[in-house]
Design a protein around this ligand. Structure first.
Ligand SMILES: CC(=O)N[C@H]1[C@@H](OP(=O)(O)OP(=O)(O)OC[C@H]2O[C@@H](n3ccc(=O)[nH]c3=O)[C@H](O)[C@@H]2O)O[C@H](CO)[C@@H](O)[C@@H]1O
Ligand SMILES: C=C(OP(=O)(O)O)C(=O)O
Length: 421
């Protein structure tokens, strides 16, 4: 295992380019199962979750060609297996997104239930209810969802709550179903819109993505296309906050600032200087940030995937603030680690009260999940002294080349073998 060692206190300077989006690439890779033609994707980030999805697709009998870095060709000419095994789903719950396309194309899927994870229970009942409404029979057996249908049929389905991968799964299921499907109370995330665009370019018919109601007209066949994955808004926003917490002056390029609107508005409110251009965000920060409350919500609200990093920033705020986590039930695993670094945070239910301190100090901390890891990196970059972050494999799920990117911005950061674990 490896750890990340940071000598904190250097203001970041320079430009960092956003990678392709993990949360857009994963459903797109699964959507390749909807056609027997070849799909080519550019700007695929080099991440553990992408490798896991490749392994899953290979297991289903799909051909992959990934010799060119950042480019991935997927051809699901034949699907020879219809099972997403526990060993893969347990490491990445997004594997559940093969369920919709497998049901659409094959009428059969056995997918391991993802189970709980560090950020909460995360059930998939909405994915299953939607498939049932499309005519699938669903049985749970030995920890697996066994879904069957002759051919899925269009339906009118309302989600009980907004779910991103649930919306994506049902869009993919409906793309090859017989008739028209109307999905209500859909997630509005940009990654959902990108999936809809891709399916439309494949010859599908998806309208309304980016609103609450999405209508999908099922097709008999879809075709292969070439597509460049959108920028990772969560990665981009994490670097924006890295600039802010180190009181640096950096530009995050190759991103879509509109996708970061709620974060950027909040940062402006905390006194961070933000300049937006068409595809980049410049961050100029030279003083202590103002403490400002935030609550996480589905898009276009403040993303739960920014909550941990924002908490690191607020740990150094000039006053008290409250951070409310509305999306996941247990996404405060980073709190105890930030406290080890001198942060003053108290959690009560879904609210964390943060009393800003003047300085954080380096410590040994454990990464518990992807964005928690990012928050510890941010805290370490700003802290006085040395921070050692253990269990960094969480980070490899979602941040392409983070150590190199931060090193290029002037951070004193390195990755080392971890003798402690
Ligand atoms: C691969 C991917 O895109 N992951 C993102 C996706 O996760 P993911 O799609 O898993 O998250 P959801 O939007 O589904 O979860 C939102 C809330 O709905 C609940 N829920 C969800 C489905 C369901 O069937 N039943 C149910 O109760 C969840 O437990 C959670 O409390 O959106 C999250 C919320 O923006 C992000 O943090 C993740 O980074
Ligand atoms: C929670 C996340 O990912 P996943 O949904 O894949 O667990 C994330 O990207 O922060």
């Amino acid at each position: 295992m490896e750890k990340i060692v940071i000598h904190g206190g250097t203001p970041l300077q320079g430009t960092v380019r956003a990678s392709g989006s993990k949360n857009a690439a994963l459903p797109l890779m699964c959507a390749s199962l909807l056609t027997s033609d070849e799909m080519t994707f550019h700007r695929i980030p080099a991440l553990m979750d992408i490798r896991t999805t490749k392994q899953l697709l290979l297991q289903l009998g799909v051909q992959l060609d990934d010799f060119e870095p950042g480019t991935l060709r997927i051809k699901a000419r034949m699907i020879t297996d219809r099972r997403a095994p526990y060993e893969l789903v347990k490491t990445m719950r997004a594997s559940v997104m093969v369920l919709g396309p497998l049901m659409a194309r094959e009428g059969q899927a056995d997918v391991s239930l993802p189970g709980g994870c560090a950020i909460g229970a995360r059930p998939i009942d909405q994915h299953l209810k939607g498939l049932e409404a499309m005519g699938a029979t669903i049985e749970l057996e030995s920890g697996y969802v066994k879904a069957r249908a002759k051919r899925l049929r269009g339906t009118d389905f309302t989600f009980d709550l907004k779910t991103v991968t649930g919306t994506e799964n049902l869009i993919m299921a409906a793309a090859l179903a017989k008739g028209t499907t109307i999905l209500r109370n859909c997630a509005l995330e940009p990654e959902v819109c990108e999936l809809a665009q891709v399916i439309n370019r494949m010859g599908g018919s998806v309208s309304g993505a980016g609103t609450d109601i999405i209508e999908i007209e099922g097709k008999d066949r879809l075709q292969g296309i070439v597509h460049e994955v959108m920028a990772d808004r969560i990665e981009a926003g994490t670097y924006v906050m890295a600039g802010a917490i180190t009181r640096g002056n950096i530009t995050v390029s190759g991103c879509q600032p509109a996708h970061l609107a709620s974060l950027l508005e909040k940062l402006v409110d905390t006194g961070v200087g933000i300049e937006i251009s068409e595809d980049s965000v410049k961050v100029i920060s030279n003083g202590r940030v103002k403490s400002r409350d935030v609550q996480t919500d589905p898009y276009p609200g403040f993303a739960t995937d920014f909550q941990a990093q924002y908490m690191a920033l607020m740990s150094l705020g000039d006053d008290n603030c409250m951070i409310t986590e509305n999306v996941f039930e247990n996404r405060f695993m980073h709190v105890q680690e930030l406290v080890r670094m001198g942060a003053r945070i108290r959690v009560s239910g879904k609210i964390a009260g943060v009393q800003g301190v003047k300085e954080l100090s380096g410590a040994h901390v454990q990464a518990t999940d992807l964005r928690a890891s990012a928050s510890l990196i941010l805290a370490g970059l700003a802290a006085k002294g040395i921070t050692e972050i253990h269990r960094v494999y969480h980070l490899d799920r979602g941040y392409e080349g983070i150590v190199t990117k931060l090193d290029d911005l002037g951070a004193n950061i390195r990755r080392e073998k971890d003798e402690m674990l």
